[in-house]
Design a protein around this ligand. Structure first.
Ligand code: ATP
Ligand code: MG
Length: 182
């Protein structure tokens, strides 16, 4: 058996995408951040949508070492047919924050939560996200979450998981539950 002390943290950062219609994309990314924190690897999370929404994870992260975050966007839903200039501006700021975190050398894991949605709603250009991926330092692991991941992002990623919606209580009228869904 290998001794725990002999295990080295990863040296080559991969690009992971969690997409699909089923529940679990953001929670899976948070799970990886928790795992990284166990080895003292720093994570920075950029939340791209619903900035001020009272998500339980954002409250809990204040108590967990090695994980920091910044949130952007507004609590309401973005209408992809009528994108407002301020929504585009929030997404641009989130991307700037992501760029800063990735190039800072301070983090081994950077999570871009709901960035796939920001691209599919036209708040961000996919080329900007691809550039971010290409320009990252070799040892930074990147996780991009959100439904409707762009095919070029999927193509570039090392690991892609699509959450498949088999059933969800929402379909029988159960609204999002505090502590479980947010
Ligand atoms: P979670 O944050 O629970 O891991 P997610 O990141 O996969 O979910 P999103 O696409 O970000 O899900 O959706 C945001 C909200 O919608 C969350 O409250 C989530 O629990 C809920 N949700 C996710 N999948 C479904 C679904 N198939 N039907 C209804 N609600 C869903
Ligand atoms: Mg999510």
């Amino acid at each position: 058996m290998e001794k725990r002390e002999q295990w080295e943290p990863f040296t080559e950062g991969m690009v992971e995408v969690f997409s699909g219609q089923g529940k679990g994309k953001t929670s899976a990314a948070l799970g990886v951040a928790l795992r990284a924190a166990g080895y003292g690897l720093r994570t920075h999370i950029v939340f791209f949508m619903k900035g001020d929404y009272p998500y339980g994870e954002r409250k809990a992260l204040a108590y967990i070492p090695y994980i920091t975050f910044a949130s952007f966007g507004h609590p309401g839903f973005v209408d992809p047919m009528h994108v407002k200039p301020e929504e585009r501006e929030e997404a641009r700021q989130a991307l700037d924050e992501a760029r800063r975190a990735i190039s800072s050398g301070d983090y081994r894991l950077v999570i871009l939560d709901e960035v796939n949605v920001a691209v599919s709603f036209g708040l961000l250009d996919v080329d900007e996200v691809l550039r971010l991926i290409e320009e990252r330092p070799q040892d930074v692991e990147l996780i991009l979450t959100g439904r409707g991941a762009h095919p070029e992002v999927v193509n570039r990623a090392d690991l892609v998981t699509e959450m498949l919606d088999i059933k969800h209580p929402f379909e029988r009228g159960v609204p999002a539950r505090k502590g479980i869904d947010y």
